[in-house]
Write a protein that binds this ligand. Sequence first.
Ligand code: RIB
Ligand code: CA
Length: 316
Amino acid sequence: MKKIPLIIDCDPGVDDSYALALANSSELLDLIAITPVEGNVSSDLTRRNVLGLCDLLNIDCRVGFGAEKPLFNPWYRNAAGVHGSTGVGTVEFGEIKKQPDPQPAWEVIYEEAVRHSGELVLMAVGPLTNIATCLRLHPDLPKHLKRFIIMGGGTFGNVTNTSKTAEFNIWVDPLAASEVFSQLEVWMVGLNATHAAAVEMTDFDEMVAICGDAPGAYVLRELSAFSKKNCMENGHDNNVIHDALAVASLIDPEVVGFDHHYVYVEHSGDAPNFGQTVIDFDGTSGKAPNCHVAMRVDQPRFVRMLKDMCRWYAEK
Ligand code: RIB
Ligand code: CA
């Protein structure tokens, strides 16, 4: 069966790293490009992490470097507290061999969208700065995409210092998110879904055991041990492997259930709900639905997929 061509725009990030590993291990997906953006950590680290993960996970694809800062967010701060100072927990890369593409993220995305017109799935699991930039330069991008999926937004927030209702990826660049939601049909895997698919501590223990000392599973062993330890020590939602659920929703439609609603992003800087994905559940806006909102998950099915992924790398 023909594989689905996939580009992942991301800000690794521990959960972004799981997402890249899951996509790379799926027989249904052809990961043709990864485009790092600023987000969890600064762009120099997200760029380095993508190149290093390509080496250690044996991912052969284009890497187009993206934005170094949001289109607009004077309050931006990183999430190193959740992901560790490097952004990828305790994973160490040593000398990185992978080289970036000469083209920037937005040109890699557009080139591949045209090359795979009508078949490409574009997935964004970080702030939407690169996607908005691509749309500003290439307004015909939507007609080339088969599907656009994000990990972001949702029915509640996780950014506490300036907005109680914003999810981090949207909050980092709400202007970009607003422009993206107004031009693309979005499949939104938000916090309500990712938290419902939270991974239990015992599941992390089993994932570490499956990885064992296999060299191919080094990244996943480190990520899983870090996620469990960080979550137990700091109470972060680190047992929520947010970004991997977005990939899982593409691999297996049974894992995530979506409902169709109109959604807009609040991007005015002085709004109390700055960065919120405002979901019109009852149609009061009178506007046509533009977003498939993840509302149901099969958590055991998702966790089985993560363990199978660990097994795949351990046996390589
Ligand atoms: O709010 C969770 C999202 O923000 C995830 O994508 C995580 O990696 C961070 O980017
Ligand atoms: Ca992310």
